[in-house]
Design a protein around this ligand. Structure first.
Ligand code: SAM
Length: 191
């Protein structure tokens, strides 16, 4: 471990945002799963949630840039249970879902504890999960195609969250507890 590497790990941990996460509802394509993880790492997400698709969790591929080493994945059997658990912890769940109550994603406050719910490539977010979420959000689409690739949608929203959190000073002060910081520093520095 070089001193430069240790400094980088500390800097990244100083920027981690434990109150920002995503829940992937049966996202099954390895390149999408990997790309979402990579964007999560880039904005400082510490842990993501995934409802395991029928064929099991997708494997990572080169698209991840090894982000799986730095962003952990919490598995769930049911989206509704995962949403309920997050909400019990005071996290607002924002379903990316076109519905009558859907808001432009830029109208939301991402400085609050937030989980972005992402849907499967073919089917999107299930109606039950969208209904259970605090808000439905969409990225306005002005072209001929109806939807974005799920990893592109994830990155678009995550970077809006990053923008708001930067503005709110949330990257300027450590968000991890001292205990969690020390644990992760040890894990990352001495894998
Ligand atoms: N046919 C599906 C549907 O009706 O929802 C399309 C699914 S889309 C290819 C896969 C996922 O990408 C969606 O569930 C959502 O998470 C995300 N997504 C794609 N376009 C989006 C947009 N314009 N706004 C918000 N999320 C979007």
């Amino acid at each position: 471990m070089t001193p430069e590497r240790l400094e980088k790990i500390k800097r990244v941990l100083d920027h981690r945002q434990p109150s920002l996460t995503v829940l992937m509802e049966e996202v099954h394509k390895p390149h999408n799963f990997s790309a979402i993880l990579r964007s999560c790492d880039a904005v400082g997400v510490l842990e993501v949630h995934a409802v395991v698709p029928r064929g099991g969790l997708p494997t990572y591929n080169a698209t991840s840039g090894s982000a799986e080493k730095w962003v952990s994945v919490q598995r769930h059997v049911s989206a509704l249970d995962a949403i309920a658990q997050l909400q019990e912890r005071g996290v607002q769940v924002l379903a990316t879902h076109l519905s009558a109550r859907a808001l432009d994603y830029r109208e939301l406050d991402y400085t609050r504890p937030t989980c972005i719910l992402l849907g499967a490539e073919k089917w999107g977010v299930t109606q039950a999960a969208a209904d259970a979420s605090d808000h439905n959000i969409v990225i306005p689409m002005l072209g001929m195609v109806q939807s974005l690739n799920v990893s592109v949608a994830a990155a678009t929203i995550l970077f809006e969250a990053q923008r708001q959190r930067l503005q709110g000073g949330m990257y300027a002060r450590r968000q991890l507890s001292d205990e969690r910081y020390e644990e992760l520093l040890f894990e990352w520095a001495y894998p």
